[in-house]
Design a protein around this ligand. Structure first.
Ligand code: LLP
Length: 421
């Protein structure tokens, strides 16, 4: 459930009509609901009640400082994958002991940043990374807490670009080699092994792959303990999917997911960490855009919006589906018409939907892309020299711009001309 609902014939974010925000900040823009962010965080937190746990929000999904502050205040830890994300977590007031550092290519500088600023654990993804982290920790005279990310070789049954738990993926070390790798880690003086990490992919709509992966993690926990390692923490990654197509998607809920976690791993006496991103932010955000033109093609109608693939790349990149709804509630009984919904960018890939049945739309009307809160703003670019679009946060009947729209001058100012030109 989210807090984007039609009230009095128009779509609201909580108690604010999106039309009012559009009038104030212009289109396109992203808008997030505080109540939805908090609710989704709480669902995970409650799903793991009864086991010691920490929900570490995967901020790659949406990393505006205001969003991070909302979640941090609710009690979230953070999963970061770069020095930049680490800096964001700290700037949002999250203490180091609630930050986990994931990612396959951590650099020396990033390791140093986290080791000096404080870190709960590094999720190490390879042996060379393990050696590098050991060196950096020894240079700094500290011990780096680590888990090793294992690749359980299970099929997450999701889009190929966001599946991570098969042996052909670049992530983690093969689970079959884990005992060997942990033996090496235990000998490195700069490292402190605290647990195991796994993450098999994103937008999973079936619990079975999670169960399979977690069974393998359980088996490994017992084997590693028998080898003499202290395994006190299990980081289970993120990945639970959301209903993008409201009319027919019903993925499992956090409580169903929590039940699997407790069922498989509940009796190991480990602290559980999870790293959800999409489920917390996805349905907590919409992208609002204006219809610039309705163009009659030879055999189809194009709805040309002022938002484009540079603002929301998911449809172009993953063939992702987003519900696109008018801000003004259509009259009951109006027969929908098929539209190709496109942006103004100069490539055919700038298509949000083909033959999408929508209420009749006219120039100047506003639409909202639902489920755009995760992997929307964070993946945007200035392609075609279209300035980044603003982000707005709503709480009850208030809204605030949490990232302003840069002016064209702001955008141009970032380039510098060499002295020979
Ligand atoms: N932990 C790790 C190590 C991850 O790699 C990811 C996502 C997450 C947690 C969070 O997964 P989530 O709960 O959000 O599914 N840009 C793509 C999604 C990429 C996901 C990358 N890793 C999209 O728009 O669908």
């Amino acid at each position: 459930m989210d807090h984007f609902l039609y009230k009095d014939g128009e779509l609201h974010a909580e108690d604010v009509p999106l039309r009012e925000i559009a009038a104030s900040v212009g289109t396109p823009f992203y808008c997030y609901s505080t109540a939805t962010l908090e609710r989704h965080f709480r669902l995970f937190d409650e799903a793991l009640e009864g086991t010691e746990h920490l929900v570490c929000y995967a901020m790659k999904a949406a990393s505006n400082l205001a969003i991070l502050k909302v979640l941090a205040a609710a009690g979230a830890g953070m999963d970061v994958v770069s020095g930049g994300e680490y800096a964001r977590a700290k700037a949002a007031g999250v203490s180091g002991d609630k930050i986990v550092f994931s990612g396959v290519g951590k650099t020396r500088e990033e390791m140093r940043l986290a080791l000096t600023g404080g870190i709960r654990q590094f999720n190490v993804e390879s042996e060379p990374e393990m050696q590098r982290l050991n060196e950096v920790a020894l240079e700094l005279g500290v011990k780096a807490p680590i888990t090793v990310r294992v690749n359980p070789d299970v099929d997450a049954k999701t889009h190929a670009k966001i599946a991570t738990g098969k042996k052909e993926n670049k992530f983690g070390i093969p689970i079959s080699r884990a005992r060997e790798v942990y033996a090496v880690a235990a000998r490195l003086q700069g490292l402190d092994v605290v647990g195991i990490d796994v993450h098999i992919g994103s937008q999973l709509t079936d619990l079975e792959p999670f169960r399979q992966a977690y069974e393998k993690v359980k088996e490994l926990t017992l084997a590693l303990r028998a080898d003499g390692h202290t395994i006190k923490r299990l980081d289970l990654g993120g990945g639970l999917g959301i209903p993008y197509q409201r009319s027919n998607d019903a993925p499992p809920l956090p409580t169903d997911y929590g039940a699997v976690v407790k069922d498989v791993l509940g009796d190991l006496g480990c602290e559980i960490e999870i790293e959800p991103g999409r489920l917390i932010a996805g349905n907590a955000g919409v992208l609002v855009s204006e219809v610039v033109y309705v163009k009659e093609g030879e055999d189809r109608k194009f709805l040309i919006l002022d938002a484009a693939m540079n603002d929301l790349i998911r449809p172009a990149m993953y063939e992702a589906y987003h519900d696109i709804v008018p801000l003004m509630e259509p009259p009951v009984g109006q027969v929908p018409e098929p539209y190709d919904v496109v942006g103004p960018v100069c490539e055919s890939g700038d298509t949000f939907a083909k033959g999408r049945n929508m209420p009749r739309m006219n120039e100047g009307e506003l639409v909202a892309f639902r489920s755009a809160g995760a992997y929307g703003a964070v993946m945007s670019s200035e392609y075609n020299s279209r300035p980044m679009i603003p982000e707005v946060l709503v709480k009850g009947d208030q809204f605030a711009v949490i990232r302003p729209r840069p002016s064209l001058e702001d955008m141009l100012k970032r380039d510098s001309i060499p002295q020979w030109l």
